[in-house]
Design a protein around this ligand. Structure first.
Ligand code: KIV
Length: 275
C-alpha cells in the first residue's frame, strides 16, 4: 500500500518506527521500495555520492528533477520526498513555491524537503498552502556547511540545544509534516521527539526518533574512506562490487568469459556460406 504523510502521522501515534533511505536512481529505488521502506528521500546528498562533489552546494534543480524522476518510476509504495537544492528556496518565498512545484510536477515526488528552522518558516508555510507536503531538516544542515565551519555535531551547548528545540516547534507550527534531525545528541533528539506532534526522522540522532534515515551507499559500504560515527554498515556491497569487477577483468583477459552459455547459436550451413 502506498505510504503517505498520513501513514507517517499514524506511525508516530502508534510508535511504529518510520524507515527511510535515500535513493537516486530507478533500479535502487525499486529494490528499496520492494524491501518495504516507508519513505525514500532523493537527497541532495546525490551531489556527493553520485556526482562526486565535496559538498551539496553545487546541486541544481535540474540534477534533482532528473534523479527524482528516476526514483518515482521505481518506487511504487514508498513516499518519495524530493530535496530542494541550495538556493532553490533561500532566495524568496516565491522561488520556494515555484521550485517545490517543479519537483512535484516534473519529478512526480509526493513531498519536498528543505533545510533550516525559523528562517525558512515563511517558505514552509507557503509551500504547504500550495498543497505540497514539506519535510523540514534541522541540526546539521549540510547546505550550511560553510556557515558551520564543517560537518559538525549540533546542539551540544545549552543555547544550541534550546535553539534546536525552538526550531523544531517552529517548523511544526509552519506546517511541516515531519522533520529530519541530523547529527544532534540522542538525549536532545528524544526531547524534541516528545515535544512535537510531527514525526522526527533521525540521522545521527539516536534511537528515540520516530524514524530513521540513512544514505544507502553509507549503509551498504559503497562510499569510500570516511564513515560517519552514526552509520552502521549493514553490508559490504562496495567490496563485493570490486571483487566482481576484478573477476570480470580477469576472466575477460583469460578468455573464460564469455563462455559457451553466454553465446548465441547460428546454423553451421549459414557460417559455411560466409567463407
Ligand atoms: O540529502 C540527504 O541525503 C539528506 C539526508 C542525509 C537526510 O538530507
Amino acid at each position: 500500500m502506498k505510504n503517505t504523510v498520513s501513514t507517517f502521522k499514524m506511525q508516530k501515534e502508534s510508535k511504529d518506527k518510520i524507515t527511510m533511505l535515500t535513493a537516486y536512481d530507478y533500479s535502487t529505488a525499486k529494490l528499496i521500495d520492494e524491501a518495504g521502506v516507508n519513505g525514500i528521500l532523493v537527497g541532495d546528498s546525490l551531489g556527493m555520492v553520485m556526482l562526486g562533489y565535496e559538498d551539496t552546494l553545487s546541486v541544481t534543480m535540474e540534477d534533482m528533477i532528473h534523479h527524482i524522476k528516476a526514483v518515482t518510476r521505481g518506487a511504487k509504495n514508498a513516499l518519495v520526498v524530493g530535496d530542494m537544492p541550495f538556493m532553490s528556496y533561500q532566495t524568496s518565498v516565491y522561488d520556494a513555491v515555484k521550485n517545490a512545484g517543479r519537483l512535484v510536477q516534473e519529478g512526480h515526488c509526493q513531498a519536498v524537503k528543505l533545510e533550516g528552522g525559523e528562517s525558512v518558516c515563511p517558505q514552509i508555510k507557503a509551500i504547504v498552502e500550495a498543497s505540497i507536503p514539506v519535510m523540514a531538516h534541522i541540526g546539521l544542515t549540510p547546505q550550511s556547511v560553510n556557515a558551520f565551519g564543517g560537518f559538525k555535531v549540533q546542539g551540544k551547548s545549552e543555547d544550541a540545544a534550546k535553539r534546536i528545540l525552538q526550531e523544531a516547534k517552529a517548523v511544526e507550527k509552519a506546517g511541516a509534516f515531519a522533520v529530519v534531525l541530523e547529527c544532534i545528541p540522542d538525549k536532545l533528539a528524544k526531547i524534541v521527539t516528545e515535544e512535537i506532534n510531527i514525526p522526527t526522522i533521525g540521522i545521527g540522532a539516536g534511537s528515540d526518533c520516530d524514524g530513521q534515515i540513512l544514505v544507502y551507499q553509507d549503509m551498504l559500504g559503497m562510499f569510500g574512506g570516511f564513515k560517519p560515527k552514526f552509520v552502521k554498515r549493514f553490508a559490504n556491497v562496495g567490496e563485493e562490487m570490486t571483487k566482481a569487477f576484478k573477476g570480470y577483468i580477469e576472466e575477460t583477459k583469460a578468455k573464460t568469459f564469455p563462455a559457451k552459455e553466454h553465446c548465441f547459436k547460428i546454423d553451421d550451413s549459414v557460417i559455411e556460406k560466409l567463407y
